[in-house]
Design a protein around this ligand. Structure first.
Ligand code: PHE
Length: 452
């Protein structure tokens, strides 16, 4: 492939770029609804424990693999072991599953932004608004295509850098807005404090295997792990930048944003539902149903709502761009085609898959595959099947084929690696056993063979 790979400049460049890809709808839309559904504090605790042990080790391994080989996932695995080239392909399939439905949610964000800009904030706060909207046939399809079209044009023109610059400015604004909304809700709404307690105090009676399944899938998704992305990022990383320190910073930032998003949404759910458990289990619609209600009750809520959804849109766009860029570059590497043709092909594939997710709420709302909505099915396939599988195989690959020492030596080129014992134990023993158990239990659960 390339003889000399371009590298990120500056120490913060790498972390910022990786954090830009990591922070997205996963943090703001997905984390809060999972935390609400799977027991609040206990989910948060399991998530953090996983992030600092398993997530950290996997992120370090992926970045180091990329930096060592200077190749993206497919090339990185096959250059170190022919037998493991399948793993590069498997990891690369994950963004193809995620991107289409990611764009469907991106479309929802655009619709809500447009709603706030055109002054329909009161209507959006209504109980049935969200379901009526996604149940409509063509409007969600239109917004989905618009979001994906914008992503594709940016990738096609190669102007990601411009977007990333804007988003570096938007990200702090987003964080301030999330904090402000959380403080407003907690301080002014009756019942919100119960939500804070639910979110922060682990209730061990709510623990189940599903808590771990959900937390692990979310960790992969949110930190862009197990899909080859961090390998690609690592391949652009200079040798004088500390791998383990960067991994810690990305994790801290990503988890911090997710934590705040939960603090913004869960207390509000309590306040509006009076602590009704059913409201906590709503799933993907949670953010879209809850936030407009907060904005409707706030002074200048229309403007704040518009600003909020604009920032979320940028965070979602940077993530969608990095997902699409990954798929396009795989096609460019593997099939002899022009960038334009690759972009068009990706656009075509994602339109087909995204339409399935979109229409799964309207025309095909009766369709259930292994008991799931179509969007939920894609989400399940990527987060609970493919990613644990990739993580499992990556651990075997690092632990037993190339051996942890190979990557430790790569990491130590830029300084001491204090967590190397944790790293070895994780990739060799804990993570493979753990991912395999989780994978089996989630699949058997869905197939109805065991109930967990
Ligand atoms: N991590 C992103 C999020 O939280 C999603 C994503 C996954 C982006 C993979 C890029 C690559 O929204």
């Amino acid at each position: 492939m390339e003889k000399k790979r371009s590298t990120f400049t500056g120490k913060v460049g790498f972390v910022l770029a990786a954090a830009g890809s990591a922070v997205g709808l996963g943090n703001i839309w997905r984390f809060p609804y999972l935390a609400a559904k799977y027991g609040g504090g206990i989910f948060l605790l399991v998530y953090i424990l996983l992030a600092v042990t398993f997530g950290f080790s996997l992120m370090v391994a992926e970045i180091a693999l990329g930096r060592k080989t200077r190749l993206s996932a497919i090339g990185a695995f096959s250059s170190l072991s022919r037998r493991f080239s399948f793993l590069g392909y498997l990891a690369s399939a994950v963004p193809v599953i995620i991107l289409p439905y990611y764009c469907v949610i991106g479309g929802w964000v655009m619709k809500y932004l447009a709603g706030f800009v055109t002054g329909s904030s009161a209507a959006m706060a209504g109980d049935a608004y969200f379901n009526t909207y996604i149940g409509g046939t063509w409007e969600p399809v239109g917004w989905f295509l618009l979001f994906m079209g914008i992503t594709a044009v940016i990738v096609l023109l190669g102007v990601e850098k411009g977007i990333e610059k804007v988003s570096k400015f938007m990200m702090p604004v987003l964080i301030v807005l999330i904090l402000g909304i959380a403080v407003y809700t907690i301080c002014t709404m009756d019942g919100a404090l119960d939500g804070v307690v639910y979110y922060l105090r682990p209730d061990f009676s709510k623990f189940s295997v599903m808590t771990v399944v959900a937390a692990m899938g979310q960790m992969f998704y949110s930190m862009s792990l197990s899909m080859g992305i961090m390998i690609t990022f690592g391949s652009y990383m200079k040798r004088d930048i500390r791998v383990e320190k960067s991994a810690k910073q990305i994790e801290l930032f990503d988890t911090g944003v997710a934590f705040l998003a939960g603090l913004m949404i869960i207390p509000a759910v309590f306040a509006f539902s009076g602590g009704d458990e059913a409201a906590l289990g709503q799933g993907p619609g949670l953010m879209f149903v809850t936030l407009p209600k907060i904005f409707a009750s706030m002074p200048a809520g229309g403007i704040i709502g518009a600003a909020f959804f604009l920032m979320v849109l940028f965070a979602a766009l940077t993530s969608a761009i990095s997902l699409m860029e990954t798929i396009v570059s795989i096609f460019l590497d593997k099939l002899a085609m022009t960038r334009k043709a690759a972009c068009l092909l990706v656009f075509g594939i994602c339109t087909a898959l995204g339409l399935l997710s979109c229409l799964g709420y309207s025309v095909w709302s009766g369709v259930r595959i292994i008991g799931m909505q179509i969007l939920d099915l894609f989400d399940f396939l990527s987060n609970s099947v493919c990613m644990p599988l990739v993580a499992f195989a990556t651990c075997l690959f690092v632990g037993y084929v190339i051996k942890p020492q190979t990557l430790i030596a790569e990491i130590e080129k830029s300084g001491p690696f204090r967590e190397k014992r944790l790293f070895c134990v994780m990739v060799k023993y804990v993570a493979p056993v753990f991912t395999l158990l989780i994978l089996l239990s989630s699949v058997l659960d869905v197939l109805g063979i065991v109930k967990i």
